[in-house]
Design a protein around this ligand. Structure first.
Ligand SMILES: *Cc1c(COP(=O)(O)O)cnc(C)c1O
Length: 391
């Protein structure tokens, strides 16, 4: 066993997350650790909550980062909002919807699955039909930005339909927050969770969440206690809420410095500017991908700019290409998940990583690797096409 310090290689992270971390975030995380009830730390927590309200576009008082990855934010929403016996509509058009269903079952709820094909958005009509068919549904859960397929669903339309039938919404915004339009209050979303490592340019391990009045009311009216002690919001808010703070768990101090810095960066750039930057990088990447002769899984206008799901051409081994990109060019991209394993490349343009240098180097490297493998592509066309798109 090695007892030397670990020095990771420097990679360009262009997969489905984690994405490239901004140097200012890494620098912030190296600052001195202080106590989790230190007044200086508490002041930073308050700023973090306000910055998250900005990022989510919400006035919700219940807005804070859960101490855990996106999956912990997901679980926080389900264990607090689902009570035993609750009927929950779970929309499934990829890997993350399947996880939501598992969460409903474990919280004692009754999932009603509404399915759409991989690569297609959730059909609001099907959700409406399910709400008409099953009386007394309390929640509709769906993924806004499905990272497994690169598809965006219409969160606003889905929330409107849910509310018309008296149901609240649980929304996975792990990949959308910071990368593409998301407006929690204007769209009427109730319980929303995200992650620090996708479009926020931060390290993995924190999960921003926000809860509307409607969601907070539902939690207050619970008949049974939340089955998870650690994720029980009524206890967590004793630390993250306003007023006198009490010990719940030791907050991850330095990672929270990182998230705070990431949110300061987002505020400095401006949310709309960040969304526009992600879209511009996507447009240049797409120009290159199409010039090469490759195609997307998802049709416009349902594509996520921050997650490009590209079909692996016939006769090309997906894993060989990804391995060459990593070893020869230090670029990490993702493969397909589940039924799409071996059939997709997932190229992330997320947060700090959504920049022209990453677009150009990824296209150049992909072109070189595919040419070396004698894949049926238009050699040498990608970079020029992207360059024209940037110009
Ligand atoms: C990444 C991701 C998650 C899970 O986040 P972790 O930080 O890996 O737990 C959940 N949902 C979506 C849509 C994601 O992309």
């Amino acid at each position: 066993m090695s007892t030397r310090s670990f020095n990771p290689p420097v990679r360009t992270l262009m997969g489905p997350g984690p994405s490239d971390v901004h140097p200012r975030v890494l620098a912030a995380m190296a600052r001195p650790t202080i106590g989790h009830l230190d007044p200086a730390f508490v002041a930073m927590m308050e700023e973090t909550k306000a910055l998250l309200q900005y990022a989510f576009q919400t006035q919700n008082a219940f807005t804070f980062p859960v101490s855990g990855p996106g999956s912990a934010g997901m679980e926080t929403c389900f264990v607090n909002l689902v009570e035993p016996g609750d009927k929950v509509i779970v929309c499934q058009n990829g890997v993350f919807g399947a996880r939501m269903k598992e969460n409903v079952v474990r919280a004692g709820g009754e999932p009603i699955v509404v399915e759409d094909n991989l690569g297609e958005p959730i059909d609001p009509g099907k959700v409406e039909d399910a709400l008409k068919k099953h009386r007394g549904v309390t929640l509709v859960a769906f993924v806004h930005a499905e990272t497994s397929t690169g598809v965006e669903s219409d969160a606003q339309a889905l929330a409107r339909i849910a509310h018309q039938h008296g149901a609240a919404t649980i929304v996975d915004a792990v990949t959308s927050l910071g990368g593409s339009p998301l407006s929690v209050d204007a769209w009427g979303l109730d319980a929303v969770y995200s992650g620090s490592q996708k479009c926020l340019s931060c390290t993995p391990g924190l999960s921003p969440v926000t809860f509307s009045e409607r969601a907070a009311e539902k939690i207050k009216k619970r008949k049974s206690p939340v089955q998870s002690w650690f994720l029980d919001l009524t206890l967590v808010m004793g630390y993250w809420g306003t007023g006198k703070r009490t010990y719940h768990h030791t907050a991850p101090i330095n990672p929270l410095y990182g998230l705070h810095e990431a949110l300061v960066l987002l505020k400095e750039e401006g949310l709309e500017a960040s969304w526009a930057r992600h879209r511009q990088q996507y447009e240049a990447l797409r120009a290159g991908i199409e010039a090469m002769g490759l195609s997307y899984l998802v049709k416009e206008p349902h594509r996520l700019p921050q997650l490009n799901a590209i079909r692996v051409p016939e006769g090309v081994d997906d894993a060989t290409v990804r391995s060459k990109l990593l070893h020869d060019y230090n670029i990490e991209i993702g493969g397909g998940l589940g039924a799409l394993a071996g059939k997709l490349w997932r190229i992330g343009l997320m947060g700090h990583g959504a920049n022209p240098k990453n677009v150009m180097s990824c296209l150049g490297a992909l072109d070189a690797v595919l040419a070396e493998l004698r894949a049926p592509i238009q050699e040498g066309a990608a970079v020029t096409a992207a360059q024209k798109a940037f110009a």
